[in-house]
Ligand binder design. Structure first.
Ligand SMILES: Cc1cc2nc3c(=O)[nH]c(=O)nc-3n(C[C@H](O)[C@H](O)[C@H](O)COP(=O)(O)OP(=O)(O)OC[C@H]3O[C@@H](n4cnc5c(N)ncnc54)[C@H](O)[C@@H]3O)c2cc1C
Length: 407
């Protein structure tokens, strides 16, 4: 039977990066992915700030498009911010994951695509992992450590679906559409986000640029009862609405429709480790629930995990308690805030309140907006409120001056 130091299940950004780092450190690592190729579950919109490339040593070949403008649109308000140089990327999600797996392989790792993880059992400090190739027989490999990087499905950590606790659930669907060159040019450098009842009740929508005259148009909704809205339309209808009423397209070609689920553990109460299993990425809710940004955070968790995994492999012990503590220390404050804000904005606010919120953004600079959208520094938002207060005081003083002048 084949033996590996570590078996990583799931070749998303978390699993791919984890396998890549362990292979680079000289460990015998196996990365298994249920899909046969990375185009199969190409579900992510995959926008990220520019720093992700440098931080995770990623080549330009995994970038679909650079962006430099941001637009936020609610039912009645529109705000935009522009830069002279690129601020971020939209990844080619398939190429990104393929690159990570290939890099793991180039450094001595083993990658099996089209190979599904089934179950494991522990005996005498060794873990036997049951795998199955599509249409093939079950077979086993042995390992010292199993990594659950299966995303929201958390397949390794929760062998029985019925044992899963309830999660905060988001569902996202995205169309990849082909438009004519003139339309594409108009949107080719911008990330556009939609909020509010008109475009996206119970969630948010987006248009992200892709190359070759293509655009990604998507909608994500949060499951749960809305304070004011009784019933929403099927998600796809909001996407059609953006295409028809915002982009004003009669003619376009749908290249692909994809989507996925975000299952987020409120208060970050996931299981981070048990037996000889450690969990990374969306399996431990590293995706930000407010904006659905998760790629670089999945990779961040892999990086933190790898330090503890290496310690475990070298010393043959490590209960991974410090791994959980370190991740929680990194994420808790901003992620708990994001969770609370997402519940309020997506499930409680009136449309007028959302319009008002977007309207206040006019007092914020591009840097403030980036800090809020990508670094979750919500304290920056109060600058908008201060700006509003300042304007109201100015209007009041002008009014008093006028009164004095008249009398
Ligand atoms: C619609 C949508 C849009 C998004 N847009 C963005 C965005 O713009 N920017 C951003 O940063 N993030 C975005 N995200 C979030 C981001 O894609 C995720 O947070 C990220 O992919 C999580 O990485 P991961 O490796 O933890 O999990 P995943 O990417 O989910 O990878 C898990 C892998 O495990 C595999 N797997 C599962 N079970 C098994 C099994 N039994 N055997 C073998 N393999 C298995 C799966 O096939 C999958 O490939 C979006 C998410 C959605 C749903």
């Amino acid at each position: 039977m084949q033996f590996f130091d570590v078996v990583v299940v799931g070749a998303g950004p978390a699993g791919g990066h984890c396998a890549r780092l362990l292979a680079k450190s000289g460990y015998q690592v196996l990365l298994v992915e249920q899909h046969e190729d990375f185009e199969k579950n190409n579900f992510s919109s995959a926008a990220s700030p520019l720093i992700t490339l440098q931080q995770y040593n990623l080549p330009e070949s995994v970038v679909s498009r650079y962006w430099q403008n941001i637009e936020i649109i609610s039912s009645n308000i529109q705000r935009n911010w522009q830069a002279k140089q690129p601020l971020g990327v939209v990844f080619d999600f398939a190429k990104l994951r393929a690159f990570l797996a290939q890099d793991a392989e180039n450094n001595g790792g083993v990658v099996w695509l089209g190979c599904r993880y089934l179950k494991y059992f522990d005996k005498n400090g060794q873990t036997t992992v049951f795998l199955q190739r599509k249409g093939g027989e079950q077979f086993t490999v042995n390992t010292k450590l199993l990594v659950d990087a299966t995303g929201y499905s958390r397949t390794v950590i929760y062998p029985n679906k019925k044992d899963k606790p309830s999660f905060l659930k988001g569902i996202g669907i995205e169309y990849l559409i082909q438009v004519d060159e003139k339309i594409h040019q108009k949107y080719s450098d911008s990330l556009i986000f939609f909020l509010g009842y008109k475009w996206s009740p119970r969630g948010y929508s987006w248009i992200f640029p892709m190359p070759n005259n293509q655009l990604k148009v998507g909608t994500a909704i949060l499951e749960g009862q809305h304070k004011f809205i009784q019933k929403t339309k099927p998600i796809k209808e909001y996407i059609h609405q953006i295409i028809q009423d915002y982009l004003k397209l009669d003619k376009y070609q749908v290249i692909d429709i994809h989507g996925s689920i975000l299952d987020y553990s409120p208060g970050l109460n996931d299981i981070y480790y048990k037996d000889h299993v450690i969990a990374i990425g969306d399996t431990v809710s590293t995706v930000n629930f407010l904006g659905g940004e998760g790629i670089r955070y999945a990779m961040k968790s892999a990086e933190v995990a790898c330090r503890y995994i290496e310690d475990y492999l070298q010393n043959n012990h490590q209960d991974f308690r410090s791994y959980e503590a370190e991740l929680k220390q990194y994420f808790s404050r901003r992620w708990n805030w994001s969770e609370q804000i997402s519940r309020k904005v997506y499930l409680e606010y009136s449309d007028a309140r959302i319009d008002q919120g977007v309207s206040y953004l006019r007092y914020l600079s591009l840097d403030d907006i980036l800090d809020i959208l990508f670094y979750y520094k919500f304290e920056k938002y109060t600058k908008g409120l201060k700006g509003l207060l300042f304007r109201k005081i100015q209007i009041f003083l002008q009014y008093i001056q006028k009164k004095i002048h008249l009398s």
